[in-house]
Design a protein. Structure first.
Length: 228
């Protein structure tokens, strides 16, 4: 859902396991408001998926024959047309996001207290649904919240990301069948260090990336006053 256009060891996301799931929600790299898609090379599995989204009908049976419970979860042809238009630009957009992220990685990574999310050598193409940064308040000079307020005031729509880690979500924390183990890295990212902004910003120009860098450098220069 967050890896439109990404590749792992040369193989596309959505083709790595038994099945892949894509989201068309409005925040995704390819979006149509709502909806999604399932991919698989298992014909029987896909027939089952088809049945579930088509009111439980049998793939090769009569239209008013329902073999199981299902839903009407089909997207419209109009939605499909919107998505196909975006798919024609996906490769170019993915390449631009990667190129702009590389500019940010080099410059922001050189600012003491900021660490762009590292990649992995096995990623052969990165989707950058989000551009993520980790801030060390002690070495940067101010808290994450002060950084966010200052950067937003300069025009950068950066946010602290998720407000709490998954294992502390009430649905899991209070469920008798779930055991919430400590997750110190996730906890630190949510409450102390995590930052991100969304992928549309990475479709900007090189000048736009330089503007982002300038904002981060300005906040760094004034971090001491922000901490007061």
């Amino acid at each position: 859902c967050h890896a439109w256009g990404a590749k792992w060891r040369g193989k596309g996301a959505g083709a790595l396991g038994h099945a892949g799931v894509f989201s068309f929600y409005g925040s995704k790299n390819v979006a149509a408001g709502e909806g999604g898609a399932i991919t698989s090379d298992d014909e029987a599995y896909m027939d089952r998926c088809w049945s579930i989204i088509n009111c439980g009908r049998a793939k090769d049976g009569p239209w008013y024959y329902h073999e199981s419970l299902g839903t009407n979860a089909r997207i419209t042809e109009f939605t499909g047309a919107l998505l196909l238009g975006q798919l024609s630009r996906l490769d170019d957009h993915t390449a631009r996001r990667e190129a702009n992220a590389a500019i940010l990685n080099e410059a922001l990574g050189a600012i003491e207290g900021l660490t762009p999310q590292p990649g992995d050598e096995r990623i052969t193409r990165r989707a950058y649904h989000l551009y993520c940064i980790r801030l060390d308040p002690e070495s940067f000079g101010c808290s994450r919240e002060r950084f966010v307020a200052a950067a937003q005031a300069e025009g950068l729509p950066v946010t602290p990301g998720y407000p709490l880690p998954l294992h502390e979500q009430p649905v899991f924390k209070n469920h008798p069948g779930c055991r919430a183990e400590p997750c110190p890295v996730a906890t630190d990212l949510c409450y102390n260090s995590g930052l991100w902004f969304a992928h549309p910003i990475l479709l900007g120009s090189e000048a736009d990336m330089e503007a982002i860098i300038a904002i981060a450098e300005k906040v760094k220069r004034n971090a001491g006053r922000l901490a007061e």
